[in-house]
Design a protein around this ligand. Structure first.
Ligand SMILES: C[S@@+](CC[C@H](N)C(=O)[O-])C[C@H]1O[C@@H](n2cnc3c(N)ncnc32)[C@H](O)[C@@H]1O
Length: 345
């Protein structure tokens, strides 16, 4: 999934830093998990704990990290449905028209029917139909929690492929872009089996860390003032399907309770200090940018204060490698991986 700060291109670098510093590690915590690509990748070697303050991120993690096998959906046998992903993807528009108007949140909010152009009307109805049906199946115990989260995640992962936006949901295009004409489909997610007790959370990472412990803690916080929820509000609503009272041309959902201190210049250092102080992990790895709200000196001071100072190391990754596109002055920017070892209390 396209997501600000997604670390797909850095996975091998993170692995190198872990192999160099923590070859004995058995558990890995991804406390700011976003798309969950980092957790999914490291699941092949470690028992994973993952977390994010965004609910849609939690759903993606829950479906592919905490779930340890592809669900069987045996409860749907009685409806004659063997493969629900295929069932939704092959559904004809006429069948979906049976869905009551008041249940069509996506069509009534993000599509031309609702005066907006995030998604076309037919695709919005596909999402509404699938989302309502999955909720009904779960409420009537036809699917388990594991199956529910798997299907909601497949719906959420499918939405960016047909969204009429340039990367985030801060705004929609005024003309239909090519991708918005494609048919919406649930995205069939893979689930890797590692036979471990992987666990996912949807909490403030600073608070959650007071209750966790393990070997490797990977920290990938936002690094600038851009809050995540307003940029991904449509995916959050797809995951929650909670009929929020949206506002303005862009249909933002309320997000007062979801503001991250890591995006606030006046709060970020305190939040980061609390995070590192709370961490009961032997190895801490931070991803950050030289362009971030915290300076490298701020980071160093905090990590040396709570960690073992002489183990502190900075690995620099040229922005050019990390970003798929190069842009003039951005060449000077660097993505950092910062490591420190910590004694657990
Ligand atoms: C840079 S992104 C992580 C990207 C992720 N590593 C990936 O590859 O997709 C930062 C994430 O931190 C989350 N976040 C921000 N503040 C948080 C907090 N206090 N607790 C938990 N998650 C938070 C955001 O919702 C966002 O998903």
């Amino acid at each position: 999934m396209r997501f600000i700060g997604c670390k797909t291109l850095l996975l091998d670098k993170i692995k190198e830093v872990i192999d160099e510093n923590a070859p004995e590690a058995k558990t890995f915590c991804d406390i700011f998990s976003g798309t969950s690509v980092v957790s999914r990748y490291f699941k092949q070697w470690y028992e994973i704990t993952s977390n994010d303050i965004l609910y849609f991120s939690f759903v993606l993690q829950r479906a592919t990290v905490e779930n340890d096998t592809l669900p069987s959906f045996s409860g749907l046998d009685q409806l004659g449905i063997d493969d629900p992903v295929q069932y939704f993807n092959e559904m004809k528009p006429a069948e979906m028209e049976t869905l009551e108007q008041e249940k069509r949140f996506f069509q009534n909010t993000y599509a031309p029917t609702g005066g907006r152009m995030y998604i076309n009307d037919e695709n919005a109805l596909r999402i509404d139909y699938a989302r309502n049906t999955v909720e009904d199946w779960h409420n009537s115990s036809l699917i388990t929690d594991d199956e529910y989260f798997y299907l909601v995640a497949c719906i959420v992962e499918g939405i960016p492929f047909v969204s009429n936006i340039s990367g985030t949901y801060g705004a929609f295009h005024k003309q239909w872009e090519k991708r918005s004409y494609k048919k919406f489909e649930l995205f069939r997610l893979d689930v890797l089996t590692n036979n471990k007790n992987n666990k996912c959370y949807n909490e403030d990472g600073v608070e959650l860390l007071k209750r966790l412990e393990g070997d490797v803690l990977y920290i990938d916080p936002p690094y600038n003032g851009r809050q995540y929820l307003p940029n991904y509000h449509v995916l959050e609503t797809a995951a929650k399907y909670d009929f929020p009272e949206v506002r303005g041309v862009t249909a933002q959902r309320p997000y007062e309770n979801n503001k991250s201190d890591f995006c606030l210049k006046g709060k970020v250092i305190e939040a980061f200090s609390n995070l590192i102080e709370n961490a009961q992990y032997g190895h801490i790895i931070l991803s950050y940018s030289t362009d971030g709200l915290m300076s490298v000196e701020d980071i160093e001071a905090v990590m040396k204060k709570y960690g073992i100072a002489d183990t502190f190391r900075i690995y620099e990754i040229p922005y050019r490698r990390y970003k798929s596109r190069t842009q003039g002055k951005k060449d000077e920017l660097k993505e950092l991986l910062v490591y420190v070892r910590k004694n657990k209390k």
